[in-house]
Write a protein that binds this ligand. Structure first.
Ligand code: LLP
Length: 402
């Protein structure tokens, strides 16, 4: 597995300052190659879930690998187009959007998934059978790393509940809508292959009701290991069952279906490193705090999801081990890593927070009026700045009459 060395990371921090997101292009290529290899025996297609990381350089790199893209907002769709994705390569999976966004996605030629009866009816009235459509369904499957990132369960806002199938079919008939795709996304960080297989059975059980169907879309959610004790999803197990189940379905029904996936974390998570400088060491009673120049404003996952991210000390890898609370500089509790055994941490050391490529920069903010980090891409042995650090002008650029 491709891993950036502490030397490269220190060089990046020296050259571009901290806090800094650094991405390894090679790692993204390797992840895509793993997907292709695992699903080689299936008619499968991959749409990168751009919400994980939308920097143009990352999107262009992913496009260059031959991957398509899944967008969750009209702006993601426009960013994907700007990076060079063509309409046949763009999927737009909406939720709770104004219908005008769906109209815009149609006008831009994307594959569109709708996730409410309301949108389905509006779509039918406006487009009838003139534009193929995908339906996001709620399968009532509980899956995912934690409740906040579980999306397919019976209390979820996502998708049209399968209990409303009769109404779906009524609308489809009434407006002669061509349902091209049946879609589910049950959650993120799903480690069990069986959840995906359950999803396939769910979609195939509904497929015969949709004679124009070409695709079943299982969404994203492949797990990547964050903690050293974790394992990723077994893709080969999914692929082997998928191939057989889809082939049997084709034999029994005459419906030949392609399978789509929308991996986000799987493609970019492990490529990303958040580099941060230690500003202050503070010994408060039983705790040694290492106070760094980043925080929940730049990586919200630990505070929002109790997510674990490996932290290492790049500057003093051979120091004697001590326990630290690695905390941010935001004016509220923002623990990036609790009770972490690290080689002695000194003020000025550079720490790296790993697996920060997915939903890291993308969920960052300017809270406490701090600048968001710069971003750097390591590709072909070179570091390249792909987003400059913000300035005070960036903080006030959109404010009027001050
Ligand atoms: N497709 C749809 C429709 C989705 O909603 C998502 C993620 C994906 C694909 C990609 O899922 P992935 O392969 O990345 O697990 N911010 C959270 C994750 C939220 C995921 C939202 N939807 C986190 O940092 O864990």
């Amino acid at each position: 597995m491709s891993q950036l060395s502490p030397q490269v990371l220190l060089e990046a921090a020296n050259r571009y300052g901290t806090p800094l997101y650094c991405y390894d292009a090679n790692q993204i290529s390797e992840q895509y190659a793993k997907l292709k290899a695992a699903f080689a025996g299936c008619d499968a297609r991959f749409f990168y879930a751009a919400k994980a990381l939308t920097n143009q350089h990352i999107l262009k790199h992913i496009l260059s690998l031959g991957c398509s893209v899944d967008c969750s907002s009209i702006n993601e769709l426009k960013l994907a187009q700007l990076a060079g994705f063509q309409s046949g390569q763009i999927l737009y999976t909406s939720n709770s959007v104004d219908f005008s966004e769906i109209e815009e996605a149609v006008s831009l030629g994307a594959f569109v998934n709708v996730d409410s009866l309301s949108a389905l009816e509006k779509f039918g009235k406006k487009y009838g059978n003139s534009y193929p459509l995908g339906l996001r369904l709620r399968p009532n499957i509980m899956a995912g790393g934690n409740l906040k990132i579980s999306t397919g369960h019976a209390d979820s806002k996502f998708g049209i509940p399968v209990e409303q199938l009769d109404r779906i079919l009524e609308l489809v008939r009434q407006y002669d809508i061509r349902i091209h795709t049946l879609h589910i996304h049950t959650g993120s960080e799903i480690k069990e292959a069986s959840v995906f297989i359950q999803g396939v059975h769910f979609l195939l059980s509904l497929a015969p009701s949709f004679p124009h169907l070409k695709v079943i879309d299982l969404g994203g959610g492949f797990k990547v290991p964050y903690h050293p004790s974790e394992k990723g999803t077994d893709l080969v197990e999914i692929s082997n069952s998928l191939r057989d189940i889809v082939a049997l379905h084709a034999q029994q029904t005459g419906q030949s279906l392609q399978v789509w996936f929308e991996p986000g974390k799987f493609l970019v998570c492990e490529s990303g490193y958040l580099l941060t400088k230690v500003n202050v060491i503070k010994n408060n009673g039983p705790y040694s705090f290492a106070g760094v120049d980043t925080g929940l404003n730049h990586l919200i996952r630990p505070m929002l999801y109790d997510a674990y991210h490996v932290i290492e000390n790049c500057s003093n890898p051979t120091g004697s081990l001590k326990k630290y609370q690695v905390v941010g500089n935001i004016c509220e509790t923002d623990t990036l890593g609790a009770d972490r055994e690290l080689p002695e941490v000194r003020e000025g050391d550079i720490l790296v927070i790993k697996n920060a490529g997915a939903y890291g920069f993308e969920m960052s903010s300017q809270y406490n009026a701090r600048f968001r980090p710069a971003e750097v891409l390591y590709k072909d042995g070179q570091l390249q700045l792909i987003r400059r650090r913000e300035t005070l002008e960036d903080l006030i650029r959109t404010q009027e009459n001050y």
